[in-house]
Design a protein around this ligand. Structure first.
Ligand code: PAF
Length: 282
């Protein structure tokens, strides 16, 4: 397993693999890897002959008041995890390698990105689409792996790949949780002990929603109201959104009468956390 810093070097290695007829999986990450990322690497290792893990905190997807500077980074620890899970390369470029001086081409999307996280993070998905397109062009993988925790991101990337005829299979992998239910996230490291306890309201609310859908409730307001009530009872929690949307369009729906996503974003102190469930997974 090696850490590669330049685009040329990744390209050389992938070309060599492809000339030997080997398939290549890509796991795009921003590093500070946890078991959620490990499950993506495992899936890629299972499906492909070789796996590239990109490890790049992408400045373009952070708004001016967001946590770009404080986002946790630890490439040595990441390298050990990638090696343990069968990854072959970590691509860990400097921002200047990805965005040269005068960089001015972007991939943006009109639909899907204006709802949910797009409302409070207006530049986020343009940054994600641009960097993921660049990573796809650099690595040219057969398959790419994304976590379902970032459900809107997964939908946006699937849509982009379809719109732009990218010949890459997108694989969505299940949310990985801590034992007490909190969805794994690099941002969980921001939580102090009190906030860590309070953060459980997210997965508890998700379980309330899942329980209601299982019991046959399909009125979205009834479900989201019950979830909001639970979250609001926690003094450290501040709701950004709790919504049920059409999985294909990310538009809110009144009744669950099609494949839908129930997605939540909640501030615990100053840390913004997300969680969700897909009705088709219930
Ligand atoms: O999900 C993430 O970690 C990032 O948004 C991604 C897909 C690696 C793009 O920077």
């Amino acid at each position: 397993m090696k850490i590669v810093k330049t685009i040329d070097e990744v390209r050389r290695q992938v070309k060599e693999w492809k000339s030997q007829g080997l398939s290549v999986g890509l796991v795009p990450t921003m590093g500070y890897l946890h078991e959620g990322h490990a499950s993506l690497i495992d899936a890629s290792h299972r499906d492909n002959d070789r796996t590239v893990v990109s490890d790049f905190v992408n400045p373009m997807q952070f708004g001016p008041t967001e946590d770009l500077e404080s986002y946790p980074r630890d490439i040595e620890r990441d390298a050990a995890l990638v090696e343990e899970h069968g990854g072959d390369i970590i691509f860990n470029p400097e921002p200047s390698e990805m965005y040269h001086e005068g960089f001015s081409s972007f991939v943006d999307m009109d639909v899907l990105t204006k709802e949910l996280c797009g409302l409070s993070r207006p530049v986020h998905f343009r940054g994600v689409c641009t960097v993921v397109s660049k990573l796809f062009n650099i690595v040219q993988p057969d398959r790419a792996y994304f976590g379902k925790k970032d459900a809107q991101q997964l939908a946006v990337i699937r849509h982009m790949v379809d719109d732009l005829n990218m010949d890459i299979e997108i694989i969505g992998c299940p949310i990985v949780r801590e034992e007490d239910g909190l969805a794994k996230s690099s941002r969980n490291t921001y939580l102090n002990a009190e906030e860590r306890k309070a953060a459980l309201v997210l997965s508890q609310a998700i379980n309330i929603g899942i329980g209601m859908v299982r019991n046959g409730e399909n009125d979205c307001a009834a479900i989201t109201d019950a979830m909001k009530r639970h979250i609001s009872a926690e003094p450290l929690a501040k709701i950004d959104y709790v919504k049920i949307v059409d999985l294909a369009t990310m538009q809110q729906i009144p009744v669950i009468d099609r494949p839908a996503l129930c997605a939540i974003a909640v501030y615990i102190g100053s840390t913004r956390l997300i969680d969700n469930f897909f009705t088709e997974d219930i």
